[in-house]
Design a protein around this ligand. Structure first.
Ligand code: HAM
Length: 402
């Protein structure tokens, strides 16, 4: 027997229903906020992720599904969605067109991580990316959009917020941090490596000993330039006005290199160690970095599999019609009626003739709202016998009308 690959799973049954409900909810709310659907390929040039997510990140450094294709191209299955959307934004000259463009997307992402609860090698994200709006109100709107999605799904999560500064304040802060790190003895291997490649990621180390050493480390929030400080303060006030609770976490650095200024994550304490259910931030330099016209950007992505564990689905409502034949002669009519009606609603058609009792039992199992059948009498009279399974009323409806 051939099984699915490690860290990759099938979605079916109730879980598939919840998956559909989550995507529908995300799409509806994103559209209400003026976002449009974009779909980019799963396979992209490896260079795209190296240049955007960053070579120092674990995602690019250790976790890529990368290979040389038959045309000798170095390609990679996307580990995240932002890079592809930014590439498309530039390739379709939306950077040159100017103005604000907002996109949402969803689909599978691939990271060769060690699988564990909440951590898969193929997982799904719903994400949004907004281009062309530098105003911090956009940051608050994007966080509000994410909060609305979580509320609609009945998910309670904590918002962690940080500012990663800009090209004015980040470099001097980085120097200060490096000087601090150089003076520490006993940092783990990962920290020593990150100190060289991307020192702020050292703050993210989960090792208890490192955390103790890092407790007095200089914090970016104390080293922001005037503009970043003011914008961060405005963002905090906006969130307060919007009634969105948050905690400032100056060690929230995110695992991707493209961020500047606002960075955020929603975490849940109810799903184990992999607690981040959504993350995002501003990437004002990324479009320029990928050779587009400088355009500010901000977005987030949520991990659908992690959400699935937390979603409260509304109670299932009876829905659609069940159609069955009581005798052989009515089978074809019922079959054709059923196919025709599927244009506008869910119809369950039973192919074989059965007794009324057997049909009703099956209709109940299929959770339909309306039961309809035809037997000899109905054929003769040109009607369909209909029972409303919610109100428990019974009627005969002329075929044409039905
Ligand atoms: P990220 O934090 O790497 O950000 O991923 C976003 C979310 O994807 C995480 O919060 C988590 O819920 C889910 N996730 C990540 N890795 C896994 C995994 N191995 N298994 C299951 N779920 C996972 C990004 O991907 C950025 N592109 C977000 C963004 C969009 N920033 C700006 N725009």
């Amino acid at each position: 027997m051939i099984n699915g690959l490690r860290g990759m799973k099938d979605t079916l049954g109730d879980e598939a229903d919840v998956y559909g409900f989550v995507i529908e909810t995300c799409v509806r709310i994103a559209k209400n906020h003026g976002f449009e659907f974009i779909q980019t390929p799963i396979l992209e040039e490896t260079a795209l992720f190296k240049r955007s997510v960053g070579e120092s990140s674990d995602i690019v450094g250790k976790e890529m599904y990368q290979f040389i294709d038959k045309g000798q191209n170095d390609v990679c299955m996307r580990p995240e969605g932002t890079a592809g959307v930014v590439r498309a934004f530039i390739q379709h000259k939306m950077d040159k067109a100017g103005g604000v463009r907002r996109f949402f997307y969803y689909g599978p992402m691939y990271r060769y991580e060690r699988p564990q609860k909440g951590r898969l090698r193929q997982f799904h994200q719903f994400g949004v990316e907004s281009f062309g709006e530098a105003n911090v109100k956009e940051d608050a709107s994007i966080i509000a959009l994410l909060q609305q999605i979580l509320d609609a799904l009945g998910i309670k999560a904590r918002l962690k917020l940080n500012s990663l500064g800009c090209p004015t304040c980040m470099p001097p802060y980085r120097q200060k941090l490096i000087a601090f790190l150089d003076a520490q003895e006993g940092l783990c291997e990962d920290c020593l490596r990150r100190k060289e490649t991307n020192p702020i990621r050292v703050l993210d180390c989960k090792n208890a000993h490192c955390q103790r050493l890092l407790a007095p480390a200089p914090r970016i929030t104390d080293h922001l330039c005037g503009t970043c400080k003011e914008e961060f303060q405005t963002l905090r006030s906006l969130l307060e006005v919007l009634g969105i609770g948050y905690e400032v976490d100056s060690s929230l650095v995110r695992g991707l290199d493209y961020y500047s200024k606002t960075a955020f994550e929603f975490v849940s304490d109810a799903i184990g160690a992999q607690s981040s259910i959504a993350g995002g931030g501003r990437y004002d330099r990324l479009v320029e970095f990928l050779e587009g016209k400088p355009t500010p950007g901000i977005g987030f992505a949520m991990g659908i599999e992690r959400l699935l564990e937390l979603v409260k689905t509304p109670q299932k409502q009876r829905e659609g019609i069940y159609l069955g034949a009581l005798c052989e002669e009515a089978v074809e009519k019922v079959y054709r009626l059923g196919l025709a009606k599927r244009v506008c609603e869910r119809v369950v058609v039973e192919y074989a003739p059965k007794s009324l009792k057997a049909h009703l039992k099956q209709a109940d199992k299929k959770e339909v709202a309306i039961f309809a059948c035809m037997g000899e009498d109905e054929l003769r009279e040109g009607v369909v016998w209909v029972k409303d399974l919610i109100n428990k009323t019974e009627t005969k409806i002329p075929l044409e009308e039905f």
